[in-house]
Design a binder for this molecule. Sequence first.
Ligand code: ZN
Length: 349
Amino acid sequence: MPLVTTRQLLDEAAKGGYGVGAFNVNDMEQIQAIMEAAKETNSPVIIQASRGARKFAQDNYLYHLMLAAAELYPEIPLAMHLDHGNSFETCESAIKLGFTSVMMDGSLKPDGKTPATFEENVEITKKVVDYAHERGISVEGEIGVLGGIEDGHGAGGSGLDHVTDPDQAVEFAERTGVDSLAIAIGTSHGAYKFTKKPDGSVLKMDLLIAIHKRLPNTHLVMHGSSSVPKDLQDIINQYGGKLKETWGVPVEEIQIGIKNGVRKINVDTDNRLAITGAIRKVFAETPEKFDPRDYLTPARAAMQKVVAQRMTQFGQAGHAGDYKAISIADMAKGYASGSLVTKPLVTAK
Ligand SMILES: [Zn+2]
């Protein structure tokens, strides 16, 4: 299937009542792992690249690898998404390159560290939405500030420092016209999310439910949603790693989110852990090996296993063949005519 917009994938997910994993990539093996997992589970999928990934891989490599994925897996609906765009220019360059959706993270200033004001966030996000929609590209915004830091991006601190205010979420969605909205409900980026197993009181699921009630037509996005499974941590530590004990977001909590409007779930850390554990194991058990394929092959397989598992848990498995691609040109027409404009349809508080 040609690359499609995240908006189309999320509209379909909303109809089907499931979530779609958005998996971060930096290189060919990660893209291959995701596509094989999508094929194995018959899943639509979002592949996303951060500014750090674009710097690491270079835009042209990333874009052509994505095109190769679309070409090799014509049966899989695939969106190429920019994760955490920090400025209009970052989003514009991604769109010009061929990304089919972008995130404008206006919750932070362009330095990617300092929390921005609400008005600054509305202004920059609206600017990106206007530019993107004219070109048929969908946009994710963020309201509230996530905790932690990943790829040099993030305010740091706890995920509970700046949770999303539902009134602001409604006003933000109305004023910007974003297709999807990342909300802060206590999650953070990176591996060290929680120092004990989080329960419903640590993750503000009540807040998520309140936001969804008031914005039933806006697709919600959970960032920092790796589960950081203990078995993946253990493999790393068993073979010489030194990870401190940590907890991620339990899959059951994500599934509650999916029942309440969460359509896109960002996962990066779990795949990093799987890859690193597999490579460490080869290095430790067969130190005489030096062909990169000897450790990249099991690393890719380990990531594929995690991704396939998440696809099943999020409910996207089995849905790849449900629909036909809407072309980017037709998406642009839809935005222009108003038929794709997200109407917050605010319900009672
Ligand atoms: Zn994020």
